[in-house]
Design a protein around this ligand. Structure first.
Ligand code: NAP
Length: 314
């Protein structure tokens, strides 16, 4: 027997938790489904200082605050990995998970994105043995050691600065001669004596022994020069891919896998909404995720109310 809800929110990051808050506060019966602990990428973020209400807060602490807030009106946190979502002839959505089936007339997709791989030799082999995608998780292993950060976006620079507090040195390797990160982060990083920058350069191979990495092979795109760098750890921050594998059969994703919506967060299937980082948009932040979620939470209430009105008319 499937568990029946008014709304199933898939993903318990900031977007999912905020949608759960809005929709459950509107008295909808709601399950917030996640395959892991609530919080999403916030759990891998050291310090957050662009979420209003907190001058600065640790990512895991903000996750906890949001979780307490999102479940106060009866939203149920349900553990499970989504395998597929189908829509029956009555418009009911069937969410198949590895733990069983959930059904609801409305689904809010808030599955976010995951770290993109660099795709070089050694990356997979040394993953967890010197190659990491999470400074907060693994940074402590590199106390007083030399690490490299690959990428030039907000994540690379923010997490690079976190590492600079622990490691002996942090070398940011970026494929262009200008960072993509916000200017405020750039100026802090340039002022940090522990941070160094290698421009116009890509890593072509991660070198190591059987147990740990020892260095990187580098290629300068401007000069064509190849070089080698000794390093104890490498943190890769080259962007993100959407987590939409379970939704591709619904036909709601674009070529790159993101989910386009209108400004009501509606996808092209009535009753299916997408919010947060998984949505096709330009600015992926906690603030924009919670903004999307507030809209979807209200829209889903109107959608369920309209279905109930139809039932009454019948
Ligand atoms: P991002 O903004 O997409 O930046 C990815 C970086 O990796 C870029 O500098 C890019 O270089 C580089 N890159 C991509 N592919 C590469 C490759 N194959 N080899 C070498 N370098 C490569 O990703 P992100 O930093 O993970 O951020 C994701 C989103 O989260 C963004 O919207 C960001 O603003 C947001 N975010 C915000 C905060 C905050 O507000 N505090 C913190 C973290 C993340 P190019 O610049 O040359 O393209």
């Amino acid at each position: 027997m499937a568990d029946k809800y008014d709304v199933v929110v898939i993903g318990a990051g900031p977007a999912g938790m905020t949608a759960a808050l809005y929709a459950s506060r509107a008295n909808l019966k709601l399950a917030m489904l996640d395959r892991g602990i609530y919080g999403g990428q916030m759990n891998n973020t050291a310090e957050i200082e662009n979420y209003p209400g907190f001058k600065s807060i640790l990512g895991p602490d903000l996750s906890e605050e949001m979780y307490q807030s999102s479940t106060q009106f009866g939203a149920e946190y349900v553990y499970g990995t989504v395998e597929s979502v189908t829509v029956d002839s009555d418009g009911i959505k069937h969410i198949q998970t590895d733990q069983g089936e959930l059904t609801a007339p409305a689904v809010i997709i808030a599955t976010g994105s995951e770290s993109r791989k660099l795709g070089v030799i050694g990356e997979e082999e040394f993953s967890g043995k010197g190659v990491s995608y999470c400074a907060v998780c693994d940074g402590a292993f590199y106390k007083d050691r030399d690490v490299a950060v690959i990428g030039g976006g907000d994540s690379a620079i923010e997490e690079g600065m976190y590492l600079a507090n622990l490691a002996k040195s942090v070398t940011v390797i970026h494929r262009r001669d200008q960072l993509r990160a916000q200017k405020i982060l750039q100026s802090r990083a340039f002022a940090n004596k522990n941070m160094h920058f290698v421009w116009d350069t890509v890593a072509t191979e991660i070198l190591g022994t059987d147990r740990k990495i020892t260095g990187l092979k580098l290629h300068n795109k401007k000069t064509g020069e190849d070089s080698q760098m000794d390093i104890d750890g490498v943190f890769i921050y080259v962007g993100a891919n959407p987590m939409t594998e379970s939704f591709t059969d619904l036909g709601i994703t674009n070529e790159a896998g993101w989910i386009p919506t209108n400004d009501r967060m509606e996808t092209n299937i009535p009753g299916i909404y997408a919010i947060g980082d998984v949505r096709d948009k330009t600015l992926r932040q906690i603030t924009t995720a919670v903004g999307d979620a507030g809209i979807a939470g209200q829209e889903v209430f109107s959608y369920i109310s309209s279905l109930n009105d139809k039932e009454l008319v019948k």
